[in-house]
Design a protein around this ligand. Structure first.
Ligand SMILES: [Zn+2]
Length: 96
């Protein structure tokens, strides 16, 4: 058995998710270091840790973009809040 199969945060599923999230970040203009396990700048954290970090980055990026879109617009803050709550309800029962 390899490390990939024995460490929960190192599963193939976590690895695939981390790579997908990194691509999304790249599409959003967010640069990341090549620091996943076995990459050039391997930081020592597992794939699951990187997924959490990438999701946090996406959330911060989205929060920042939403704020800039509604800032100073009449009703903009309310609209952004309503839309956010719509998506929260949509994802309420997702486990991933
Ligand atoms: Zn890293």
């Amino acid at each position: 058995m390899t490390l990939l199969e024995t460490e929960p945060g190192m599963s193939r599923a976590w690895m695939d998710y981390a790579l997908q999230l990194r691509e999304v970040l790249k599409e959003c203009g967010v640069a990341t270091r090549p620091c996943l396990p076995d990459e050039r700048d391997d930081c020592g954290q597992d794939y699951a840790h990187h997924c959490m970090s990438y999701l946090a980055a996406l959330k911060a990026k989205a929060d920042n973009a939403l704020w800039h879109m509604h800032h100073g617009q009449p009703g903009g803050e309310r609209l952004a809040k309503d839309l956010y709550e719509h998506w929260e309800r949509t994802f309420a029962h997702d486990s991933s």
